[in-house]
Ligand binder design. Structure first.
Ligand code: NAP
Ligand code: MG
Length: 404
C-alpha cells in the first residue's frame, strides 16, 4: 500500500512515563505503516527539559505558532518529589502552562462516546464540549487574611493619573479578602477562540456568567462576547444554522442537565475547572476525553486530558502487564492529522484520521477494551480486557480493513 503523503510537518511534543510508551506504540502500529509521517520533533520529557533548562518547551510552542498544528504527549509537571526523582536543577513550570502562555488560547474538552458506556445523565446523547478560559480570575488573585478590625479598600492608580478608590468593607472583626483581575485582551481572545471553534465543529455555543451579581466584572465578559459575535461571527453562524446563546450560570447548569448534549459550553476559568471535571466524570472517564488548545490566531495543540499515568508506568518498568487506555492519545494524533489535512487540503489525510477514529470505536464496540473501561460497561454488553498493545493491535486490524 502506498503511504499517505503530508505537506507540512506536525509539531510533535513527546512526553513522559506511560504515555511516552503509548506514544511510540501508536506511532509504530497505527501511524507510520499508513502515513509518510512528517513531524518536527520536540522531546518534552523531563530529562530533556532539564538538559535544555526548559528551552525545549518554549521552542516547541514557538514551532506550534510557526506551523499551526501540534500534537502533545502528557508530561510531568514537577513537584518536590519529582525534583528529587529526576535530580532537577529547578522545579520547571508546567509545560501546558508555558505553551498556553505563548499561544494564548482556550482549552476545549469533549468526551468520546460509545454505546456500551452510558453517561450518568440519562438524556445526554451527544458530547458536551467544555471551553475553559485558562487565564486570570481566582487563579491569579491576591489574597489577604484580615487579622483585626480595619477598613478594606479597592484602589486603582491609572498611568494617566486617573484613580479609583472605594471601600470594600469596614471590618469590625477579622476576615478574608481577595483581589481578582482579568484583561480585555484575554477575554477577547477567549471569545474569538470559542466562536471559531463553534464554526469549525458546527455546534451551538453557550456562554454563561453571573452578570446580574457581578455587574462590572462578569458583565464585561458578557458584553465582550456579544460585541465580537455581532461584529465578526453572526453572519457565519446564520449561514451554518448554528446559534450563540447567553444565559446566567445557574440557568446554564439546569439546562445542561436537561439537554441531550451536542454543543459547546464556554466557561470562565473557575467554572470551567469545576464543570469540566463534572461533565467528564458524568460521561465516563478522563481517558475517553479529547482536548485541544485553540489560539485566537488559529493555532491548534492536540493532547490527552489525562496525565502520564505514573502508577501504570512503575508497573511497566517492573515488567508487569499494563492495560493503559491509549484512546485520548490516539485522538490527539487523529485530531492533529485531520486539522493538518484540512489546512493543507489533503483529503486522504483527513480520511485517514476519520478511519483511525472509526477503527477505535469499532474495537470498543466489539467489546475489546482496556481495563479502566471494562468496569464502566452497562448491563447487557460484554467486554474483554486486553493490555495496551493488544488493544492497539486490535485497532490496527480494523484500520487495515477500512483502508484496504
Ligand atoms: P493521571 O496520569 O491522569 O492518572 C491518575 C489515575 O487515573 C491513574 O493512576 C489511573 O488510575 C487513571 N488513568 C488516567 N489515565 C488513564 C489511562 N489513559 N488509562 C487508564 N487509566 C488511566 O494523573 P496523576 O497520576 O495525578 O499524574 C501523573 C503525572 O501526570 C504527574 O506528574 C502530573 O504532573 C502529570 N499530569 C500531566 C498532565 C498533562 O500533561 N496534560 C495532566 C495531568 C497530570 P489507576 O491507577 O487506578 O488505574
Ligand atoms: Mg480541576
Amino acid at each position: 500500500m502506498k503511504k499517505i503523503q503530508m505537506k507540512t510537518p506536525l509539531v510533535e511534543m513527546d512526553g513522559d512515563e506511560m504515555t511516552r510508551i503509548l506514544w511510540q506504540m501508536i506511532k509504530d502500529e497505527l501511524l507510520i505503516p499508513f502515513v509518510d509521517l512528517k513531524t518536527e520533533y520536540y522531546d518534552l520529557g523531563l530529562v530533556e527539559r532539564e538538559r535544555t533548562k526548559d528551552q525545549v518547551t518554549i521552542d516547541s510552542a514557538l514551532a506550534n505558532k510557526k506551523y499551526g498544528v501540534a500534537v502533545k504527549c502528557a508530561t510531568i509537571t514537577p513537584n518536590k518529589q519529582r525534583v528529587e526523582e529526576y535530580n532537577l536543577s529547578e522545579m520547571w513550570k508546567s509545560p501546558n502552562g508555558t505553551i498556553r502562555a505563548i499561544l494564548d488560547g482556550t482549552v476545549f474538552r469533549a468526551p468520546i462516546l460509545i454505546d456500551s458506556i452510558k453517561p450518568a445523565v440519562r438524556n445526554w446523547k451527544k458530547p458536551i464540549t467544555i471551553a475553559r478560559h485558562a487565564y486570570g480570575d481566582v487563579y491569579k488573585s491576591t489574597e489577604y487574611r484580615v487579622p483585626c478590625p480595619g477598613k478594606a479598600e479597592l484602589v486603582f492608580t491609572g498611568e494617566n493619573g486617573e484613580s479609583f478608590r472605594e471601600t470594600i468593607y469596614d471590618f469590625e472583626c477579622g476576615g478574608v479578602l481577595q483581589g481578582q483581575y482579568n484583561k480585555d485582551s484575554s477575554i477577547e481572545s477567549f471569545a474569538h477562540s470559542c466562536f471559531q471553534y463553534a464554526i469549525d465543529t458546527k455546534q451551538d455555543l453557550w456562554f454563561a456568567t453571573k452578570d446580574t451579581i457581578s455587574k462590572k466584572y462578569d458583565q464585561t465578559f458578557k458584553l465582550t462576547f456579544q460585541e465580537i459575535f455581532d461584529r465578526d461571527y453572526k453572519a457565519k453562524f446564520d449561514e451554518l444554522g448554528i446559534e450563540y446563546f447567553y444565559t446566567l450560570i445557574d440557568d446554564a447548569v439546569a439546562r445542561v442537565i436537561r439537554s441531550e448534549g451536542g454543543y459547546i459550553w464556554a466557561c470562565k476559568n473557575y467554572d470551567g475547572d469545576v464543570m469540566s471535571d463534572m461533565v467528564s466524570t458524568a460521561f465516563g472517564s478522563l481517558a475517553m476525553m479529547t482536548s485541544v488548545l485553540v489560539s485566537p490566531d488559529g493555532n491548534y495543540e492536540y493532547e490527552a486530558a489525562h496525565g502520564t499515568v505514573t502508577r501504570h508506568y512503575y508497573r511497566y518498568l517492573k515488567g508487569e502487564d499494563t492495560s493503559t487506555n491509549p484512546m485520548a492519545t490516539i485522538y490527539a494524533w487523529s485530531g492533529a492529522l485531520r486539522k493538518r489535512g484540512e489546512l493543507d487540503e489533503l483529503p486522504e489525510l483527513v480520511n485517514f484520521a476519520n478511519k483511525l477514529e472509526e477503527a477505535c470505536i469499532d474495537t470498543l464496540n466489539d467489546g475489546i477494551m482496556t481495563k479502566d473501561l471494562v468496569g464502566l460497561v452497562s448491563e447487557g454488553y460484554t467486554a474483554t480486557a486486553v493490555n495496551s498493545i493488544g488493544f492497539i493491535k486490535a485497532i490496527r486490524e480494523r484500520l487495515e480493513a477500512k483502508l484496504a
